[in-house]
Design a protein around this ligand. Structure first.
Ligand SMILES: [Zn+2]
Length: 286
């Protein structure tokens, strides 16, 4: 059985095909045209998938979407980064336009948690907390029973945790959110440089990890995860980021807490969500 995996992110989309043995046999990634928004992206996906489908049957599809997803209803709730997605029935679109009946969708951070938790840096670690640190910030919680989604599919949404009450305005209407202070989109707007360039500067990193640790500390105190895996573009920064971050977490987390501080970068690079989508398809035979 071949599985089509779709990762819809804030600045790009990636699609792949996994064969019956779980090997990735096709992969294509393209930058998101913000002006074109949803319709542009769906047209691109349709063109690529039709070409692939002519060469191999695609029996099922799983999607990791870069924004809140109502998992029970299998609907996109909204995207704060790209317009036109609110309450869109993406699964129905896949059935109609791509002709694949078996479709399942989750938030990209939940998919990323599954991907890293089963195939990557989180293998064998439960509970696992996965955080995507890229254009935006998203979180996914994986317990021994699978993804923990909460009562309304909003568990793990720590991007809008307030870490600086007097901080700048966030797109969500609040101030000083974790995402507002730490994600790639805002770093670029605030500093005029990409996150990748900024992380080369140790003085920037020293200040940055304070904010990053404020958000992660909340997660450690609440969940006591066996491991935290950081994926997404900024998560690929390596020791330049992770060594100061671990030191700052040790400083911030309350001294009587014996909760472990195990925090590592993702092992699947840009493919955490795709591998997670494969697992999602395996778990949810719809
Ligand atoms: Zn916010």
């Amino acid at each position: 059985m071949n599985t089509l995996a779709i990762d819809i992110g804030g600045t790009k989309f990636t699609i792949a095909v996994f064969d019956y043995a779980g090997a990735m046999v096709r992969r294509e990634s393209r930058a998101t045209d913000r002006e074109g928004g949803k319709d542009w992206m769906l047209a691109q996906i349709k063109t690529i998938v039709r070409e692939w489908a002519a060469a191999m049957p695609l029996q099922r599809c799983a999607i990791g979407f870069g924004g809140p997803v109502d998992f029970e209803r299998q609907m996109v709730a909204l995207s704060t980064h790209v317009g036109g997605w609110a309450d869109f029935d993406l699964c129905l679109w896949v059935r109609r336009e791509l002709g694949i009946e078996s479709v399942v969708m989750d938030n990209d951070a939940n998919a990323g948690a599954l991907g890293e938790g089963v195939h990557g840096a989180g293998r064998g670690f439960r509970p696992l907390f996965y955080m995507t640190l890229s254009t935006g910030i998203g979180g996914g919680i994986l317990t021994a029973d699978g993804v923990y989604r909460g009562a309304d599919s909003y568990a793990g949404e720590l991007g809008h945790l307030t870490i600086r009450p007097e901080g700048p305005d966030c797109l969500c209407g609040s101030k000083g959110c974790f995402e507002r202070m730490c994600c790639g989109l805002w770093l670029e707007r605030d500093y005029g440089k990409t996150a990748k360039e900024l992380i080369e500067d140790p003085d920037f990193v020293d200040a940055y990890v304070v904010n990053l640790a404020l958000g992660l500390k909340a997660c450690i105190m609440l969940l006591n995860p066996a491991r935290m895996v950081i994926g997404g573009g900024i998560g690929k920064a390596g020791d330049k980021l992770f060594i100061p971050l671990r030191n700052e977490l040790r400083r911030q987390v309350t001294s009587w807490s014996r909760a472990r501080l195990d925090i590592v970068p993702g092992a699947l690079g840009d493919d955490s969500v795709l591998y997670g989508a494969l697992e999602l398809a395996r778990l949810h035979r719809v």
